[in-house]
Design a protein around this ligand. Sequence first.
Ligand SMILES: [Zn+2]
Length: 207
Amino acid sequence: MSSLLARLLRRFPARSAEPAFDAADFARKAEHLAAMTASFSYDPAKARLVREDFFFELGGVRSKAEGRALPDGSILVFYDPHMTLARLACCVAHEAQHQKYARVRRAFEAEGEDGPLHETFAAFTPELLAERGGVSDYANEHWAAWRAEEPPRLFEDERTRGGAEPINETLAEVAKALYNFGPQTQIDPFWRALYELILREWARLAG
Ligand SMILES: [Zn+2]
């Protein structure tokens, strides 16, 4: 190949090709993932950056996930070379909140109907939660996708009954907004109060 052609090809690489895997970028993001997970007081050993794609369906729309909170307590972030460190941190804030919610939910399910957690969260009735709706576009998509006749209940298995997780996702979006915009940001005080209570109970259970 002529040296001129070789130079042109270097300057204008084929656009359709997947970008080559950038090990340094991956390592930097894996390190940031661990640091951010720890900053949300969650065990960084439970967070993993993975080179795979995961798709989910919500209200008939298929989307690519940025992260996942697994039932075993681990957090996955799906490596994307275009994801900024700031966006990665928002994703961790969201997924870590899912894990904290799941931990409090287990304790809530394990106690009787007149247990202390039931009393703590008694004010957050399905009707009041549904009336407030979500705190972000993504949370509102979950409220719109809710299929059951009765509104979702705090700590129930929302996905099984209604095909979406409006409460769980709204709380994850509260955590993300508080991280992204700071603690002074305007958030529906009702959701914020619920978020703070869950955080308090999680800290007690995890401590
Ligand atoms: Zn989520």
